[in-house]
Design a protein around this ligand. Structure first.
Ligand code: APR
Length: 227
């Protein structure tokens, strides 16, 4: 669904990409490799072939809010997540790996997310997240989960990769939207959010707002109407 939407909204961009070249660069990262030994760096050529363009004031990061954040961005095109980009939309939800001595791409029998840390899927999302965060600019939004005790978890991609790459020369502010899904467990005074503030470069302004899910995914509300 998101893939189709991406094509519909961004078909003009698609023509500027050489899809054959992108596919072969993608394959080169993992084909013929031990599926537990594919590093983030293996995807450098792929990111170079299909770079992320800065979308100032529209970039949306998230953690533990996958469903609600995409429910929200699907209905409005004012925010852009990694999963709305070319690479992110095509690879979201997919599993792939190679095998030593083989030139094939496998979609079954691949290591799971936590089976080994250098698996092809996890390394791709780590590398793509780093590249997406590298181009974060202007006022940036992050949708975090207010129904868990640690919305800013140190082991998440958002905390361990993205926030560390936010750069104050390009970014004006980080605006946390703390979404309550089922029950409110935490608010903007949460200890982990203090850690988030400490992680940010001095020049990046920090804001936090608490919202309820009904509001964040309501298609009737225009951009920014909920917060
Ligand atoms: N098993 C399988 N998949 C996992 C696991 C796991 N144990 N942990 C994470 N993932 C994948 C899933 O696809 C999951 O929905 O990563 C996704 C995000 O995990 P979260 O912990 O919810 O969030 P986080 O690690 O912070 O990553 C989200 O990274 O994708 C980028 O830009 C995006 O800001 C976003 C951030």
């Amino acid at each position: 669904m998101r893939r189709r939407l991406y094509q519909k909204q961004n078909c003009h961009l698609f023509f500027r990409y050489d899809c054959e070249k992108i596919w072969s660069t993608f394959e080169q990262a993992y084909v013929g490799q031990d599926p537990c030994n594919v590093s983030m760096g293996a995807y450098d050529p792929l990111i170079a072939a299909a770079p992320f363009r800065p979308a100032c004031n529209r970039m949306m990061f998230w953690s533990k809010t996958k469903e609600v954040v995409h429910d929200f961005t699907e209905k409005r095109d004012c925010f852009l997540t990694l999963e709305d980009t070319l690479l992110g939309s095509v690879l979201d939800g997919l599993t792939w790996c190679g095998k030593q001595g083989s030139s094939e791409t496998f979609t079954a029998g691949c290591p799971g997310w936590t089976d080994c840390s250098n698996n092809p899927v996890r390394s791709f999302w780590n590398r793509a997240s780093a590249a997406f965060a590298d181009v974060a600019c202007g006022d940036v939004t992050a949708m975090l989960n207010g129904s868990i005790t640690t919305p800013f978890s140190p082991t998440s991609i958002f905390a361990s990769i993205e926030v560390k790459r936010f750069n104050s020369t390009m970014m004006r502010s980080l605006n946390v939207v703390l979404v309550t899904q089922e029950s409110t467990v935490t608010n903007c005074t949460n200890a982990s959010l203090k850690d988030l503030q400490k992680e940010l470069d001095e020049g990046i302004k920090y804001n936090c707002k608490e919202v309820i899910q009904e509001c964040s995914s309501n298609p009737e509300k225009p951009c920014g109407a909920c917060w």
